[in-house]
Design a protein around this ligand. Structure first.
Ligand SMILES: Cc1ncc(COP(=O)(O)O)c(C=O)c1O
Length: 407
């Protein structure tokens, strides 16, 4: 009995190798483990498998790309067609005109890139004094140092300091606190950054007009607004981006996860003209930021095939239907006194368990029943099903939670 060599992410380093569930296969909304047990995945893995598992067109697109050129870097003077095509496609669907797209391999890299692009854009537009990035409590922006510093979840930060300078975290839903801060320090702010719906912090939709309030403050103080859409984009809120759902337009959008539904890691930042004009203002200036895999052609080929599925199967329209079915079901459990709270926004949500119930034990009971959820703290389970989940599978998930909470 050993831990094995794999040091797992977000896990106790002492957990035995044999205690992990080894996932070996997936199809639709289900995954199967090495013991042959099949689960309905009501979390789309880690908020990303919007098209579900086992999509042959993505596997074929990846294989075809690998047969021609699996990878080649995109630092000047190189480029490749899949990277250009995926950026064009994302720019076309961005909520602002003539956007450009910077590519990464993860959400954390996307967040760090957005923070760096905001700061460098301020420098390029003649405002080097604007360095501060303002974020919210309960925010999750990933684990590399920029995003970790920007997070509003202290447990994740414990022991990892010191953090990036010039990052300020304010109370999560308090537009007055933001307005006060901006009134005093707005002239030093490079950008305000927020998730449209706070996800990993426990799924908190914004309070009414909060996002519009951030847009107003950013405009008043001539600063940038970043939406971290690593969870919200690509159909999760029924649109390409959460910005459309909330009808608030940011200057920069980070994305990752469902851009490929996780088949190959990919992330990035979409920038509007305000940012791009600053970066393009001097033809001799060079952007000294980029990852080895920024524009990885195989990841981009996976993205194109994945976005085809989202568009052709109109998963945008399916999101609100499945959201209503699962969260209406959970609300009926709340009326029965089994849940304290149900928070939801289209196809993502959270259930807060009744007093005395432990979310980790309930997660384990659900696993036993063949349903995957995520316990983000001792009282909260989160829900983010693949957008291809069937009504029957949703009903099984709701029934399984009902049984687990009644036992
Ligand atoms: C809003 C948000 N930003 C950033 C990240 C980090 O992404 P990654 O884990 O791909 O680095 C996540 C991951 O869950 C996220 O939800």
């Amino acid at each position: 009995m050993t831990t094995g060599a794999f040091l797992h992410p977000y896990a106790k380093p002492t957990r035995l190798q044999t205690d992990f569930i080894r996932v070996v296969r997936g199809t639709g909304s289900t995954v199967t483990d090495s013991a042959g047990k099949t689960y309905i995945d009501a979390m789309a893995s880690l908020w990303y498998a919007n098209v579900g598992y086992g999509q042959p067109s993505i596997a074929d697109a990846v294989a075809n790309q690998m047969h021609s050129i699996a990878a080649y870097h995109c630092f000047e003077p190189f480029s490749n067609e899949p990277a250009e095509a995926v950026c064009e496609r994302l720019a076309q669907h961005a909520p602002f005109a003539n956007a450009r797209v910077f590519l990464t391999s993860s959400g954390s890299e996307a967040v760090d890139s957005a923070m760096k692009l905001a700061r460098i854009a301020q420098v390029r537009r003649g405002h080097p004094e604007r360095t501060v990035i303002v974020t919210r409590g309960r925010a999750y922006h990933g684990v590399t140092y920029g995003g970790l510093s920007a997070q509003g979840l202290p447990a994740n930060q414990e022991g990892f300091g010191p953090f990036v300078e010039g990052v300020v975290n304010l109370p999560p839903d308090d537009i007055e606190a933001m307005a006060l801060f901006m009134a005093e320090h707005g002239h030093t702010v490079a950008a305000i950054m927020t998730e449209p719906v706070q996800g990993a912090g426990g799924v908190f939709p914004p309070t009414p007009d909060y996002l519009a309030g951030l847009r107003r403050l950013a405009d008043q103080h001539d600063t940038l607004l970043i939406f971290d859409e690593v969870i919200c984009a690509f159909g999760r809120l029924g649109h390409w981006f959460g910005a459309e759902h909330f009808q608030v337009t940011p200057d920069l959008i980070t994305f990752a996860k469902a851009v490929t539904s996780g088949y190959i890691p990919l992330g990035g930042v979409i920038a509007n003209r305000r940012v791009c004009d600053a970066l393009e203002s001097d033809p001799n200036w060079m952007l000294r930021h980029g990852h080895t895999y920024s524009g990885h052609p195989t990841a981009c080929a996976a993205a194109l095939a994945n976005l085809d599925i989202i568009e052709h199967q109109n998963l945008f329209a399916r999101a609100p239907q499945l959201g209503d079915r699962i969260f209406d079901g959970f609300e009926s459990l709340q009326r029965d006194g089994l849940l304290r709270e149900v928070r939801r926004e289209v196809a993502v949500g959270a259930t807060v368990l009744a007093e005395g119930r432990d979310a980790f034990a309930t997660r384990d009971a659900l696993l036993h029943a063949g349903v995957i959820t995520r316990a983000v703290n001792p009282e909260t389970l989160t829900w983010c099903p693949p957008l291809v989940i069937t009504d029957k599978e949703i009903d099984t998930v709701v029934d399984a939670l009902s049984v687990a909470l009644r036992s």
